[in-house]
Ligand binder design. Structure first.
Ligand code: PNS
Length: 163
């Protein structure tokens, strides 16, 4: 049974992430979306909120599970019994950093492959941080994130601004 892990911050999940999850779910028996605990970032959403939002957006995909993890990615992937790390590529500019990470991950565990999936070109400009900035500045994110995510972003940003 081929199992893949799709890791990321997902702060929050966007239509670009969802596009990659759907592509991966069509190829693998099981896809584990792994939300990372990154001590270097101050996220808009807590880990639990990010997991909840991804769960809500992937309800239609029975072979997708959502978890959270902290520490070395390849260790986590091996613990999950998976063989593949999925990464989404939007543009050439993503490639250099992703290439470096893929080779470092291979160095740490040669049994785990990194597989890059191209996002749909309509999401090639999209990132969570840009969606957050657009919303903060009063722009429209309708085509960037699912409606539930937009509603939760509005609440969270309002809460942040009140601080
Ligand atoms: O969505 P992001 O923030 O671009 O995802 C980055 C992520 C989570 C894939 C990357 O930071 C990662 O793999 N973190 C786990 C820690 C680790 O294993 N680091 C060594 C990778 S070379």
């Amino acid at each position: 049974m081929a199992k893949a892990v799709y890791p990321g911050s997902f702060d929050p999940i966007t239509y670009g992430h969802l596009d990659v999850i759907e592509r991966a779910a069509a190829v693998f028996d099981e896809v584990n979306v792994a939300v990372v605990v990154n001590p270097n970032k101050s996220p808009l959403f807590s880990l639990a909120e990010r997991v909840e939002l991804i769960e809500a957006c992937t309800k239609h995909l029975p072979n997708v599970t959502i978890t959270q993890f902290e520490g070395l990615l390849v260790k986590y992937v091996a613990e999950q019994g998976a063989q593949v790390i999925i990464k989404g590529l939007r543009a050439i500019s993503d490639f250099e950093y992703e290439f470096q990470m893929a080779l470092m991950n291979r160095k740490q565990n040669p049994n785990i492959e990194t597989l890059f999936m191209m996002t749909s070109s309509k999401y090639s400009y999209l990132s969570s941080s840009m969606a957050k900035e657009v919303l903060r500045l009063g722009g429209c994110v309708r085509d960037l994130v699912p409606p539930l995510v937009e509603a939760r972003m509005r609440q969270a940003i309002k809460g942040d601004d009140a601080k």
